[in-house]
Design a protein around this ligand. Structure first.
Ligand SMILES: [Zn+2]
Length: 84
């Protein structure tokens, strides 16, 4: 009687363990995919940052980052060629 109850209880326990392992594996795979998607998003953002708008210095003709250039009435110049 007691043995029967134990043997009955063992099968669902094994099934529960397998189910737990499957759930853990699925959670692991989902987390890996989410991490990969986040990393891809980061590299895409870096790719956008790498190409910043540039302007041409009216004095020497060099192209430089717009945030570093000085803008004047006659156009942009690099900091070295700022008109006095
Ligand atoms: Zn210049």
């Amino acid at each position: 009687m007691l043995w029967q109850v134990q043997s009955k209880g063992e099968a669902p326990m094994a099934r529960l363990i397998i189910l737990g392992l499957v759930v853990a594996a699925v959670a692991f795979v989902v987390r890996r995919l989410a991490q990969r998607a986040a990393r891809r998003r980061d590299t895409a953002a870096q790719e956008e940052k790498r190409f910043t708008p540039t302007v041409r210095c009216t004095r020497c003709g060099a192209y430089l980052d717009r945030s570093r250039a000085l803008s004047h009435a006659d156009g942009h110049t690099c900091p070295e060629h700022a008109p006095e």
